[in-house]
Write a protein that binds this ligand. Structure first.
Ligand SMILES: [Zn+2]
Length: 222
């Protein structure tokens, strides 16, 4: 059994600078009579949008697999090798017993920053919203006409609080793992997108105020 010896805590602000962020929620939670086919994900208690950890983790992994040439046919890497940073950091796909195990990364759900949350409530008070209702058309390429517009929600002008934890086990190379995750964030920011619709303009994000806090386990308590 590998011994857990420390943890790196990375924090940042995920800013949606221009263009909307589209992270889908559950259409079943829609109120009757709404015009939106694909609602944005939101906190059911306060209605605020957030970035699910699973979305960010999935995109991080996908971008890093692309530049490493890992995984195939849309399936994540499952080589499970000790020297495969994808499998070490994100876990070998469907192989929990692989020698790369256990998964090192924990990506928290990212709520709005306090300022963005205030902005959200101010807009609500004015009868406005951070959510944009955008029609996406299926274009008939022969006729050049748009058909069957589907309404979906995108989030504008928001900032989220990101927190990623990287567990460090005895014998791990924490600097390498950290640089790998930062590389993934850079790839999303510079040549990728977060959420859906990246090839059609959605999901441009910036990671700001990145800080890394190495934690020793002796200091961990509640
Ligand atoms: Zn692998």
């Amino acid at each position: 059994m590998k011994k857990l010896v420390g943890c790196l805590r990375m924090r940042a602000i995920i800013r949606v600078p221009n263009g909307g962020l589209r992270i889908g929620g559950n259409p079943a939670t829609l109120e009757q009579g709404t015009a939106v086919d694909f609602p944005s994900i939101h906190n059911p208690v306060n209605g605020e949008p957030y970035v699910p950890g699973s979305s960010l983790k999935g995109r991080l992994r996908a971008m890093l697999e692309k530049v490493e040439g890992k995984g195939r046919e849309g399936d994540p890497c499952n080589c499970g090798r000790r020297d495969c940073l994808v499998c070490v950091v994100f876990g070998a796909h469907k192989r929990p017993q692989a020698e790369s195990s256990p998964t090192r990364i924990i990506v928290r759900d990212a709520p709005l920053t306090p300022e963005s949350s205030r902005h959200f409530r101010d807009l609500q008070a004015e009868g406005k919203s951070l959510f944009e209702e955008k029609a996406e058309n299926l274009v008939d390429r022969d006729k050049g006409t748009a058909e069957h517009p589907r309404w979906q929600e995108r989030v504008w002008d928001a900032a989220f609080q990101m927190e990623i934890l990287v567990h460090v086990y005895d014998g791990d190379e924490p600097v390498k793992m950290l640089e790998f995750v930062r590389k993934g964030l850079g790839l999303i920011q510079e040549i990728g997108a977060l959420g859906a619709g990246g090839s059609r303009g959605s999901g441009q994000v910036r990671f700001e105020n990145i800080s890394v806090d190495p934690m020793t386990l002796e200091s961990v308590t509640v």
